[in-house]
Design a protein. Structure first.
Ligand SMILES: Nc1ncnc2c1ncn2[C@@H]1O[C@H](COP(=O)(O)OP(=O)(O)OP(=O)(O)O)[C@@H](O)[C@H]1O
Length: 320
């Protein structure tokens, strides 16, 4: 879903209401902005998040992802615009008190006491909520079972990060905000964390996260919002960004040095040949036909189809 297509813009100060039958977004931001003195951290961010989906805020360092997510969590007050999470305004202290029992938050850097064990903090976090999930199964899903009785101060950075995800989830939140949840995690832990995110979505939990790991985002996110200099420059499904990016499929292969005729549009560097096209199937077909006609084998053929990483780099480029 794109950002604002089903959202009626309310007048300033009017509570956001949704038509009968219209699904209320779990998270809604309209023209959110945050300034620090003369500096703008977030300029103008609007989007709506469907319940039970995974949404990723992407963008270069300093684009405003953390500031945006922290305004939604109620940790920063917007300078302009407004937000609702589960129909409540995170910047309104009375509404925030209700909201915080229904959301889970893992900050990029958390401030839990180093002298407490993982279990102590998990129990305490769960006690703040009316509902709650059992600690052990989540700990197991994050490979934290043998760390539950370790003090936070003794954990490695990646383990500490996984513990922060556990703390965000123990209260059975309806919406979870995770700031770079897989940063610093080893490859196996990453897989586990991604699998946990999918399970949360299957259970109807809405997940809003920030990330620089585009391969992971392509795998798990339903929707991405790409920020640049505090503004959204793309909203949609990860594949939609790939599709509009114009990045081509590239085939590379080697030929003997006496081969002179090449497929149309091919680039040659020594014996290495590179051919690109919009459509990978058509490209492979063209190469097969050329190979058979010329009696030249496609030695070491590799095909690189554009992915989210390629599309993101094309979108963001070196312009920031
Ligand atoms: N408390 C603050 N005071 C002044 N400027 C701030 C403050 N917090 C953030 N900023 C600035 O706001 C901009 C956006 O920062 P933010 O942390 O939201 O970016 P980000 O997209 O999350 O970056 P990263 O990928 O590095 O985490 C940056 O230029 C940052 O320096």
């Amino acid at each position: 879903m794109t950002t604002e297509n089903h959202v009626r813009r309310p007048a300033q100060g009017e509570p956001r209401t949704f038509a009968k039958g219209e699904a209320s977004p779990a998270v809604w931001a309209q023209h959110l902005g945050k300034t620090y003195g003369a500096a703008s951290a977030v300029a103008d961010v609007s989007f709506a998040v469907d319940p039970g989906t995974i949404v990723a805020l992407l963008g270069p360092n300093g684009a405003g992802k953390t500031t945006t997510i922290e305004m939604l969590e109620g940790h920063r007050t917007p300078s302009t615009g407004r937000a609702q999470v589960l129909g409540l305004d995170p910047s309104n202290p009375r509404e925030f008190r209700k909201l915080r029992r229904r959301i889970g938050v893992a900050l990029q850097v958390s401030g839990f006491e180093s002298a407490l064990t993982v279990r102590d903090v998990a129990r305490r976090q769960r006690s703040y909520y009316t509902k709650g999930w059992a600690i052990e199964p989540i700990a197991e899903a994050l490979s934290l079972t043998d760390k539950l009785d370790k003090k936070l101060g003794s954990l490695s950075v990646g383990t500490r990060h996984r513990a922060d995800i556990l703390f965000a989830l123990v209260g059975a939140p309806e919406v979870v905000f995770l700031d770079e949840p897989t940063a610093g995690l080893d490859p196996v832990s990453r897989r586990e964390a991604l699998s946990l995110l999918r399970s949360l979505r299957d259970a109807g939990v809405t997940v809003v996260l920030t990330s620089h790991q585009l391969d992971e985002i392509q795998e798990v996110a339903d929707t991405i919002h790409v920020l640049r200099a505090g503004e959204i420059v793309f909203s949609g499904a990860p594949q939609a960004l790939v599709d509009v990016s114009g990045v081509k499929t590239v085939a590379t292969f080697s030929v003997a040095s006496d081969v002179r005729t090449l497929p149309e549009g091919a680039q040659r560097a020594g014996n290495r040949i590179e051919v690109s096209a919009d459509d990978s199937e058509a490209l492979i077909q063209t190469l097969r036909i050329w190979s058979e006609a010329e009696q030249v084998p496609l030695a070491g053929l590799s095909i690189h189809e554009p992915n989210l990483d390629d599309a993101y780099v094309e979108l963001i480029g070196g312009t920031v």
